[in-house]
Design a protein around this ligand. Structure first.
Ligand code: FCB
Length: 445
C-alpha cells in the first residue's frame, strides 16, 4: 500500500478561542462559562484559567506566520461568542468582532483559507444564567449570534463549522459535570443535546441565506465502541447503545432526520414537530475529531447502562492517559462511511499530549508525537483505501494551550509555548508535519 495521500488532500490546523486567546479583560469581552468554571475552586487542575493562555489575542500575526510556514492551506479557528456578544445577544461588541475580522484577513493575506467554528464550548455566562443549552430558546440565540458573525466575516469564509463536539458539550458539560457548566443532570443533558442539534440546524439556514457561497459542516468526535476483551460476552451488546449516545444522537438527525431507536424515548418529550426536519438540512462536509479507542463496560452507576473503561494495558499511552491506536481511527472513519452514507470528511482534530521537555537549546525533540501521527495517518490511509471519503487532516494543535479541566500541564502543540515568556518554539513534530504537507505523503515509506 502506498503512503501517499490522495491528490488534492487538504492540510490544515485547528485551534480554539478559549484555549489560546487570553485577552480576557480586553476590549469588552464578556464572560464565558469557562471563566466561571475556572474560577470555581477544584474544577481545573492547578487552578489554571484561560485569562492569558497563549496571548494569541495580541500575538496572532506571529501565530498565523507559524501556520503559513507549516504549509497549512486551511485554518480552523473558533469564534468566542462572548467576545462578540458579551451578553450573548443584543449589543454587539464592535472591538471583539474587529479582532476576528483582522484574523480572517491575516489568514487570507498569508494565502490560507478560513474555516471558522462558531462554538468551541465558550458559551456566554449570561446565557448560562438563563439555562444555557438546556433552554430551548438557545436555538434562536445561536441563530442571532451566527448572523452577526456571518454578516461581518462571511464574505471571506470558505467553510463554516457550526459546532465543535456538541456531544462533549452535552454529556461532559451537563451529565458528567467534568466540563463547564459543570452540571450533573442526565435529563438536562438530553435537552442540551437536542438544543445543540436544533441550534446547528437553525444556523445552517442562517448561513445558507447570508453566505450562499460558503460551505457548512459540523464537527463530531467519532468513537467506535469496544468491550474489554475479558468482558466481550457480557458487554458486547452495549456497544451499539454507546455508539448511539456518542455518535448517533448527533449524526443521525443530520444525516437521517431521526434519533436512533435506542434513545428515541429519552428524546421524545423534547422534540417538537418540525425540529428534525430543521436539523436534517444537508451539510457540505463532516468534521471528524478522533484521539483514542473507546472501551466501555457495563455499569449501574448512571442513567446509561455502561461507562468508560480503562483500555487494556498493552496500549502505549499519551500524557492524557489516552491509549494510542491507529486502528481505532481507521474504524471510526469507516463507521462514518457506513452510518452517514460516506459523506466528505475532514479530520478536524487529532494529536497527542506528551511531556515535551525542551533540550538545552530550547528545542523539543518530540519523537513520541511524531510516532503518534505516523500511526494515525497510516490508519487514515487504510480507511481511504477501504473507500472512506476523507479529504483532509488538521492536527490538534498549532500551539500548546489550555487543555480545559487539565489546565496547561497537557501539551498538544506542534509549537512549544513557554507560558512565562510566551516564546513559541516549533517542535520536531512541526518539521515532520511540514514535510508531510509539502510531499503529501508519510516520509520514510
Ligand atoms: C478535543 C477538543 C479540543 C482539545 C482536544 C485535546 O476534544 O475539541 O479542544 O481539547 O480534545
Amino acid at each position: 500500500m502506498t503512503m501517499r495521500f490522495p491528490e488534492g488532500f487538504l492540510w490544515g490546523v485547528s485551534t480554539s478561542s478559549y484555549q489560546i486567546e487570553g485577552g480576557a479583560p480586553d476590549d469588552g469581552r464578556g464572560r464565558s462559562i469557562w471563566d466561571t468554571y475556572c474560577a470555581t475552586p477544584g474544577r481545573v487542575a492547578n487552578g489554571d484559567t484561560g485569562e492569558v493562555a497563549c496571548d494569541h489575542y495580541h500575538r496572532y500575526p506571529e501565530d498565523l506566520d507559524l501556520l503559513r510556514d507549516l504549509g497549512a492551506k486551511v485554518y480552523r479557528l473558533s469564534i468566542m461568542w462572548p467576545r462578540v456578544l458579551p451578553e450573548g445577544g443584543g449589543a454587539v461588541n464592535a472591538k471583539g468582532l474587529d479582532f476576528y475580522d483582522r484574523v480572517v484577513d491575516g489568514v487570507l493575506e498569508r494565502g490560507m483559507r478560513a474555516w471558522p467554528c462558531l462554538y468551541h464550548w465558550d458559551l456566554p455566562q449570561a446565557l448560562q444564567d438563563r439555562g444555557g443549552w438546556a433552554n430551548r430558546d438557545i436555538a434562536n440565540w445561536f441563530a442571532e449570534y451566527t448572523a452577526v458573525v456571518a454578516r461581518r466575516i462571511g464574505d471571506r469564509v470558505e467553510n463554516w463549522v457550526t459546532f465543535n463536539e456538541p456531544s462533549v458539550s452535552a454529556w461532559a458539560g451537563y451529565e458528567e459535570g467534568r466540563h463547564a457548566p459543570g452540571v450533573s443532570d442526565p435529563r438536562a443533558a438530553i435537552r442540551a443535546a437536542h438544543h445543540l442539534n436544533l441550534a446547528h440546524g437553525r444556523a445552517v439556514s442562517v448561513l445558507r441565506s447570508l453566505t450562499p457561497r460558503a460551505g457548512v459542516g459540523t464537527v463530531i468526535p467519532v468513537h467506535k465502541g469496544r468491550p474489554l476483551p475479558q468482558f466481550k460476552e457480557r458487554d458486547g451488546h452495549l456497544v451499539a447503545l454507546f455508539e448511539d449516545k456518542w455518535n448517533g444522537v448527533f449524526l443521525d438527525p443530520i444525516y437521517h432526520g431521526r434519533y436512533p431507536d435506542s434513545v428515541a424515548e429519552r428524546f421524545a418529550e423534547h422534540v417538537r414537530g418540525g425540529d428534525l426536519a430543521e436539523i436534517h438540512r444537508p451539510i457540505d462536509f463532516l468534521g471528524v475529531n478522533h484521539y483514542f479507542p473507546s472501551y466501555i463496560q457495563a455499569s449501574q452507576k448512571g442513567s446509561w447502562p455502561f461507562e468508560h473503561a480503562d483500555p487494556p494495558l498493552y496500549f502505549r499511552r499519551t500524557e492524557m492517559n489516552w491509549a494510542i491506536d491507529g486502528q481505532a481511527f481507521q474504524e471510526a472513519l469507516l463507521f462514518v462511511k457506513n452510518r452517514c452514507g460516506n459523506p466528505p470528511v475532514y479530520v478536524t482534530e487529532n494529536g497527542g499530549a506528551f511531556i515535551d521537555l525542551p533540550g538545552p537549546d530550547g528545542r523539543v525533540d518530540d519523537q513520541d508525537r511524531i510516532a503518534y501521527y505516523r500511526e494515525y495517518l497510516a490508519g487514515l490511509l487504510r480507511a481511504v483505501s477501504e473507500g472512506a471519503d476523507v479529504r483532509g487532516f488538521m492536527p490538534w494543535s498549532l500551539l500548546d494551550n489550555f487543555e480545559w479541566a487539565l489546565g496547561y500541564a497537557k501539551r498538544f502543540g506542534l509549537v512549544h509555548v513557554d507560558y512565562r515568556t510566551q516564546k513559541r518554539t516549533p517542535k520536531a513534530s512541526y518539521d515532520f508535519m511540514r514535510k508531510v504537507i509539502a510531499t503529501n505523503a508519510l516520509p520514510g515509506f
